[in-house]
Design a protein around this ligand. Structure first.
Ligand code: BES
Ligand code: MN
Ligand code: MN
Length: 453
């Protein structure tokens, strides 16, 4: 690996500058205002894959944003790694909470501050640069395919169609994904489980129009009051979700896995300090790490209605809304959970209001094996560059396509993430360590070399 490390050292600055160019493109997939920029980011990825030396690079149009494909097949008899990542990002709002503009990347205290720096542009681009380094140094030990999408943050709706239609072209022995995080740089970890997701919106209607809150207040259902009652009733005093049959399909996690999680170097005091909270809160009988990994949850993501402008307006509103997400664990079906929610939510609504539930997107949870050749190659690669064996740990976020790859391609994934839980992804001031960026580019070739052996 000597010439390779030399190459990384020589090209360090350019690798960072190229990432900065990508981070300057505000490729927010959720907001139509940025649609042009999402296409620009797709173009960028395509050009860089070509420049790195990939063959058959294609910008594949979909009904949404394009998927970028590229490959280098060195020998059909050798194993094939499919690198997946995404070039779209979450909205940067609220802008005023950023200490520097979200699409003007800067390095502060060793971190790259920009929307998408960790999720997932910085992590995805490590693979492009690691590939370039391997290729330029005659050190690519097996076949590689790239599939980089632009709709991950909005549910990957068109990716599944693409994968189904191109399953032969995408055939591979493992899917390699860097879109997760580690506990800390001192305690490297590999993600072995992700939660699923059911996301929906509810609308509660009281009277047919906004009313004078004095003339009608007290006699007419206030949809905001009612919605608050309904939402409050979705948890019991043990902070368990009260939707009937919600836990029916949840699998018990083995005592060994729970014991291993308990031994992970998680610092609760630091966690609380980081979030400025005197205490944590969650389901009785489970630790913080368990609450965010092996347990399903229900959270309100947004709630609105009534008058929120300047000053006071004495109004009894006609409508109230909320966006609600449920994080799911293996064996829970997001479709079934969505139906259970709908039935329950309608059943608890008082007759004085009407409710409407609109499902958005969803996805299933995933667990990845820790005894596969690919996992062991990833663990060995981390050990090589971090000097420590990584801890296998489940995490709370969702990457629904992991289960889809399993179903459609029959291929397992390795979640080799280099971010940190503290990177503030989806939040203001998202950042990614310069150390982590370079460490990823250094580690990925070791994965390839151990996996190809
Ligand atoms: N990269 C994240 C998922 C993630 C982050 C997993 C950190 C583990 C640790 C991904 O981009 C993401 O944000 N996924 C969404 C789901 C998607 C369907 C919108 C999520 O988890 O909210
Ligand atoms: Mn991501
Ligand atoms: Mn994300």
């Amino acid at each position: 690996m000597e010439p390779l490390n030399q190459y990384l050292e020589t090209n360090k600055e350019r690798f960072l500058n190229e990432l900065f160019d990508l981070l300057r493109i505000p490729s927010v997939s959720a907001d139509p205002k940025f649609s042009q920029d999402v296409h620009k980011a797709a173009e960028f990825v395509k050009e860089k894959l070509i420049a790195a030396g990939a063959d058959n690079v294609a910008l594949c149009p979909t009904d949404g944003f394009p998927i970028i494909y590229g490959e280098k097949i060195i020998d059909e008899s050798k194993p094939t790694v499919l690198c997946y990542g995404h070039y779209d990002v979450q909205p940067a709002d609220p802008y005023e909470l950023w200490t520097s503009p979200p699409f003007e990347p800067v390095v502060k205290d060793g971190n790259i501050f920009a929307r998408g720096s960790a999720d997932d542009k910085g992590q995805m681009y490590m693979h492009v640069k690691a590939f370039e380094a391997m290729l330029k140094n005659n050190a690519l030990p097996c076949n590689i395919k790239f599939m980089i999408e632009g709709e991950e943050e909005v549910g990957s709706t068109n990716l599944e169609i693409f994968v189904r239609n191109n399953s032969e072209k995408l055939k591979c022995d493992v899917v390699l994904i860097s879109d997760t995080s580690m506990i800390s740089n001192e305690h490297p970890s590999i993600t072995t489980g992700l939660r699923g997701l059911a996301y929906l919106e509810v609308e509660v209607t009281g009277p047919n129009r906004d009313l004078h809150s004095g003339v009608y207040g007290g006699a007419v259902a206030n949809p905001i009051n009612v919605l608050c009652d309904m939402i409050a009733s979705l948890h019991d005093e043990k902070r368990r979700v009260t939707i009937p049959r919600f836990y029916d399909d949840v699998q018990d996690v083995s005592a060994e896995e729970r014991a291993a999680t308990a031994k992970a170097p998680f610092d609760l005091a630091a966690y609380k300090k980081d979030l400025d909270m005197d205490d944590v809160m969650g389901e009785e009988g489970f630790s913080t790490l368990e609450r965010v990994s092996i347990r399903p949850t229900l959270d309100v993501n947004g709630i609105w209605g009534g008058y929120i402008g300047q000053g006071a307006k004495t109004v009894l509103p006609s409508k109230a809304y909320a966006k609600i997400s449920m994080r799911l664990v293996p064996n829970q079906s997001h479709e079934k959970i969505t139906r259970l929610f709908e039935t329950h939510f309608e059943s608890i609504a008082p007759k004085a209001v009407k409710v409407k539930v609109t499902p958005h997107h969803g996805g299933e949870a995933a667990v990845t094996p820790i005894d596969s050749k690919a996992y062991l190659a990833a663990a060995k690669a981390i050990q090589k560059t971090y000097g420590k064996m990584p801890i296998p740990l489940r995490t709370g976020g969702s990457i629904p396509i992991v289960t889809m790859f399993e179903k459609v391609l029959g291929t397992q994934s390795v979640l080799l993430g280099f971010g940190l839980d503290s990177d503030a992804i989806h939040s203001p001031n998202e950042h990614y360590g310069v150390f982590n960026y370079y460490k990823g580019i250094e580690t990925i070739p070791y994965f390839f070399s151990y996996f190809a052996q």
